[in-house]
Design a protein around this ligand. Structure first.
Ligand SMILES: [Fe+2]
Length: 439
């Protein structure tokens, strides 16, 4: 599945340029890159952009010289049972038309997409002087466990329209109403520089019909290199336009405005939690802009989210750099063990998900760093950091149950009484190590 963006011109050229609707005009010389915040209409949260990006604004019917959407992908900022964020950029930086057309149902055609919503837009300064125009459409009153079809794009005052293909997505189930619900989480990370492998793993993940992609960080070599982000999102579009993605911040993202502008996430986009099916997922940034935050602000945010979700059926903790790995390149992070491991033990986290080490690894059940006989009251750590970046070798350690130097991804199937992790290589063959835990 190659993610080559297509576009559909629905109508064009109804009239000569109307006032205030000139095509192809340059972006304003006084581009404001201070970031800013706006309450998202119809949702219970605000969209905040970072320094390097404009304050977000409501879309208006204006198109630039090439308003085709590209890199369509989904995110989550609110309750995943009832909300979704569709994100895309336009080939030009001046298009402000930002709409989503949608309807309940799978495989609908454009005329059936009778729901309409205006989105938000902002530009950011990418590599060098490049200005990238982002668009976001937020839907916040959806039905749980329901499939919707949608397309994104916009129409200008002349009637010129440019829209993406029609995609579909499914909202998270309401487990109170559907206690037998199963959700499938796709775990994958460290694509940087290896986008042909990424594309193979995208296909393998899509084949397993995930509900949510959990990316462990390091999508690109340097967070500011926009062309790599385009490799990531364009090649992933056939999956990421149908399945929302959340991502841990990786050290290679370098807290760049490109990351925060293209990956819509809850809260501050760095350290947050969300419920998805019977899983509670806590995500943390282990390379914040100030190193001292690891043992301070970030640790406190993790502790607060763990405490707030103590009653969750299954608890997953996602961050980039592993506390335990037998990788000979990086090794285990003692800093993170000291800062965060006591919290993981105290709150009985079931599964910690990392990247950074470019291999697949599964630990034995651990408690206070010591291997345990069963997964009861213990934590298993999985490293799934092999989605394209150069692979790392390993020397097995006492804490390790299995490690393999291979490109890989995993799925975690979560039901009320069972969590199952299955890992696979880029060709789809199964990695002979997994996890089944029941409660
Ligand atoms: Fe990394």
């Amino acid at each position: 599945m190659r993610g080559i963006p297509l576009f559909l011109v629905i109508a064009s050229g109804l009239a000569a340029a109307a006032a205030g609707c000139l095509r192809g005009e340059p972006i304003a010389a006084d581009f404001v890159d201070t970031g800013g915040s706006i309450q998202v209409p119809g949702c219970d949260y605000a969209l905040t952009t970072r320094v390097g990006a404009e304050p977000p604004s409501i879309g208006v019917p204006h198109s630039g010289r090439d308003p085709r959407p590209r890199s369509v992908h989904l995110g989550i900022m609110g309750d995943p049972r009832t909300s979704i964020v569709a994100q895309w950029r336009t080939w030009d930086e001046t298009t402000l038309a930002t709409e989503i057309w949608y309807a309940k149902g799978e495989g609908l055609s454009p005329p059936q997409l009778t729901g309409r919503a205006t989105g938000l837009t902002f530009a950011y300064r990418a590599t060098g002087t490049d200005i990238i125009r982002m668009h976001q459409a937020h839907l916040c009153n959806l039905e749980p466990g329901t499939t919707y079809s949608y397309q994104v794009g916009g129409v200008d005052l002349d009637g010129n329209a440019a829209f993406s293909p029609v995609y579909s997505f499914r909202t998270a189930p309401d487990v109170a109403a559907q206690p037998d619900a199963e959700v499938v989480l796709g775990l994958v990370g460290d694509t940087r520089g290896g986008y042909a492998v990424w594309q193979q793993l995208v296909d393998q993940l899509a084949f397993r019909a995930p509900d949510l992609i959990v990316f462990t960080g390091d999508a690109v070599t340097i967070g500011l290199t926009q062309y790599e982000w385009e490799e990531f999102f364009d090649r992933g579009e056939q999956l990421l336009a149908r399945v929302p993605l959340i991502s841990a911040h990786g050290n290679h993202e370098v807290n760049a405005v490109n990351f925060y502008s293209q990956v819509a996430q809850p809260g501050d986009q760095e350290t947050f939690g969300l419920d998805y099916g019977f899983a509670h997922i806590t995500v943390a940034n282990d390379t914040p802009d100030d190193y001292a935050k690891i043992g301070g602000q970030v640790r406190d945010a993790i502790a607060a989210d763990f405490a707030a979700s103590d009653g969750a059926r299954w608890k997953l903790f996602v961050h980039h750099q592993p506390m335990f790995t037998s990788s000979t390149t990086h090794g285990s992070s003692v800093t993170l063990q000291e800062a965060w491991l006591p919290l993981v033990d105290a709150h009985r986290i079931d599964l910690v998900v990392n990247g950074h080490a470019h291999l697949f690894e599964l630990t034995r059940p651990l408690r206070a760093k010591e291997p345990q006989a069963t997964t009861d009251d213990a934590t298993v750590f999985v490293v799934t950091g092999g989605a394209g970046a150069p692979l790392y070798d390993h020397l097995p350690q006492p804490f390790s149950a299995y490690s393999e130097m291979t490109y890989n991804a995993s799925v975690v199937r979560v039901r009320k009484d069972q969590l199952v992790l299955e890992a696979f290589r880029q060709d789809g063959t199964a990695i002979p190590a997994g996890l089944t835990k029941t409660k």
